[in-house]
Ligand binder design. Structure first.
Ligand code: PGA
Length: 234
């Protein structure tokens, strides 16, 4: 399985170095672990047991774009995966599906695998709009990409109402959405994200279509993460 650790905007320098040290001992032959730290910590990453990912990328090329970090710059620091379209960026940075499409193109051009986040909010779920929301997010994000390019994208289904709230969808609700995604992107790996813990993994494990997990809060606590990985495997 693909386990993606989204540290979000956490850890100052010394805290990150301590955290990184605690990850050194994380042995997991059954899963591929990808760490997405804050951009500022990317250059300090030097672990062999974990693959490096980023949390964001510029929609533009390398050049005169103050404050941006381009896909080619990320690649030069050995970044192999990058989150795109996380709901926090869609909401706080007003990121649009068109910008997300540009970011995906920049990443693919630089051989970085995009992890595209999609998901509905609470009212969209209550109003039975999950399918059109997920379809619009996907179709606009993959616009103009070839089938081979589309197949490289990893999709993370993250219901917005579940992120950081302690609430998770039922296994059948997850399966229903993953089916919608599979109809559009049959070859993509599918992740679930939103309040995943070392406790509720026993329930989520019942979803046979899940290829991995995107972990926010859990990524920050290595002992719980270790417990999660054990429960995932056994
Ligand atoms: P959470 O975050 O696990 O803390 O809910 C997941 C995410 O936002 O990717």
């Amino acid at each position: 399985m693909l386990i993606v650790l989204n540290n979000k905007c956490n850890f100052n320098k010394d805290e990150f170095l301590d955290y990184k040290k605690s990850l050194e001992t994380l042995e997991d032959k059954n899963n591929t672990i990808i760490l997405c730290p804050s951009t500022i910590h990317l250059p300090t990453f030097d672990l062999n047991n974990i693959i490096l990912g980023a949390q964001n990328v510029s929609a533009t090329e390398y050049g005169a774009y103050t404050g941006e970090v381009s896909a080619s710059q990320l690649k030069s620091y050995n970044v192999n995966y990058c989150l795109v379209g996380h709901s926090e960026r869609r909401s706080y940075q007003k990121e649009t599906n068109a910008e997300i499409n540009c970011k995906i193109k920049q990443l693919l051009k630089n051989n970085i695998i995009p992890i595209l986040c999609v998901g509905e909010n609470q009212s969209q779920r209550q109003e039975n709009k999950v399918k059109p929301i997920i379809e619009a997010e996907l179709f606009e994000a993959i616009k103009d990409l070839t089938e081979a390019e589309q197949a490289k994208i990893v999709i993370a289904y993250e219901p917005i109402w579940s992120i950081g709230t302690g609430l998770i969808p039922t296994p059948s609700e997850v399966e229903e959405v993953l089916k919608i995604i599979k109809n559009i992107l049959p070859k993509s790996l599918l992740l679930y994200g939103g309040s995943v813990t070392d406790q509720n993994i026993t329930t989520l494990k019942k979803c046979s279509s899940i290829d991995g997990y995107l972990l926010g809060g859990l990524s920050l606590k290595v002992p719980f993460l270790t417990n999660f990985l054990e429960k995932l495997t056994y």
